[in-house]
Ligand binder design. Structure first.
Ligand code: UDP
Length: 353
């Protein structure tokens, strides 16, 4: 089951090996429905078209999750799969896992065990609950395994690596070689900062939104900002969009390849995204995280990522640091999807997912 931008990327890694061994019914809940956040990923990542599209986007977290739960419960009754595979930490993840568990269908969770230990994040609640509903927990790292064991989850834990690494390994070199996205943004390699921000905790509260804008406009380097629709809407509502457009290079949300081209050649990245922190690490680009917690703790421990929340002085200090000499392989070797599919075959023993 998929529903939003990072899930398309994670599912892209699995679809091939999964379909070689099982029948897959790909369900798109419609959590992200615009072309910029949805269809372009399916095209660029050469994914099969979803077999079922539910158009369940919009509304509060509770409304959305409950709508999904109802629709997915019905779908699972009709289709009767042998197992349900969910990805990451979104409302689609939790609704898929809960609907499956209630229908007594085994659940496998890709990216299990990630914790920011911040229950104010809707994603953290989704992660914890999904892990406790899952029969097979496919963890990206040893830290994730440790988190799951400490919580005494009921399912089987397997460390398989991170499936986003699989995608980045294949596509990042191609993206990096394409000068087009840098030309279109009017920037040169190594001479700009790439910024993204879209989490509720960053952009929904007007005070925090003001701090974000002050931070982005308070840096000495050129900032390129592919703007998530939620952030654009909040900036417009707060009357801040014109200021941001004047002080940074605002772009629309980008497809994976154009975004990766800009990420891999940036001087540094500023973000509140989980996936982008990790991709910056993989690309050897220093990261400044606009939050005070992260689930990708290894990137901080290794010195490649600094948590600054929305403190402009802390961001400036983090950007002034030089990159560490070492960059160990933290999240696997690019073969996580194969291991995940092998574990699904072994533990769920199913043909139809
Ligand atoms: N991404 C993208 N285009 C953009 C911004 C991000 O393709 O304009 C990709 C990015 O490479 C990463 C993923 O989207 O793989 C991260 O998604 P997001 O920040 O929405 O979610 P999170 O990882 O925080 O759950």
């Amino acid at each position: 089951m998929i529903g939003n931008r990072p899930q398309f990327i994670k599912a892209a890694a699995l679809c091939g090996p999964l379909r070689a061994a099982h029948d897959e019914l790909l369900v798109h809940t419609g959590q992200h429905y615009d072309d910029e956040l949805s269809a372009i990923f399916l095209r660029e990542l050469e994914m099969p078209r979803p077999d079922v599209e539910l158009h369940l986007g919009g509304g509060s977290n509770s409304e959305q999750t409950s709508r999904m739960l109802g629709a997915l419960g019905e779908l699972l009754r009709d289709e009767g799969p042998d197992g349900v595979l969910v990805y990451g930490d979104t409302n689609s993840t939790l609704a898929g896992a809960l609907a499956a568990a209630q229908a007594q269908i085994p659940v496998a969770h890709v990216e299990a065990g990630m914790r920011s230990f911040d229950r104010a994040m809707p994603e953290e609640i989704n992660r914890v609950l999904t892990d406790h509903l899952s029969d097979l927990l496919l963890a990206p790292s040893q830290v994730a395994v440790h988190n799951l064991l400490r919580e005494s989850v009921a399912g089987t834990v397997e460390v398989v690596g991170d499936v986003m690494v699989d995608v980045a390994r294949v596509l990042a070199p191609r993206a990096r070689a394409d000068a087009g996205p840098l030309q279109q943004a009017g920037v040169s390699a190594g001479q700009y900062l790439l910024a993204t921000a879209h989490r509720a905790g960053t952009v929904d509260d007007p005070q925090r939104l003001h701090r974000l804008v002050d931070l982005l406009l308070g840096l000495d380097e050129r900032v390129v900002l592919p703007l998530h629709p939620r952030t654009r809407a909040r900036l417009e509502a707060a009357g801040l969009l014109a200021r941001v457009e004047a002080g940074t290079t605002v772009l629309p949300p980008l497809g994976y390849l154009a975004f990766t081209a800009l990420l891999t050649r940036a001087r540094a990245v500023l973000t509140d995204s989980g996936g982008v922190q990790k991709e910056a690490y993989l690309a050897g680009v220093p990261c400044v995280t606009l939050r005070d917690t992260t689930e990708w703790v290894e990137t901080v421990q290794s010195g490649w990522n600094v948590l600054v929340d929305l403190d402009v002085e802390a961001a400036r200090a983090a950007l002034a640091r030089s990159a560490p000499a070492e960059r160990p392989e933290l999240y696997g070797d690019g073969h996580a999807a194969e291991r995940a599919v092998a574990a699904i075959g072994e533990h769920l023993g199913s043909r139809a997912i």
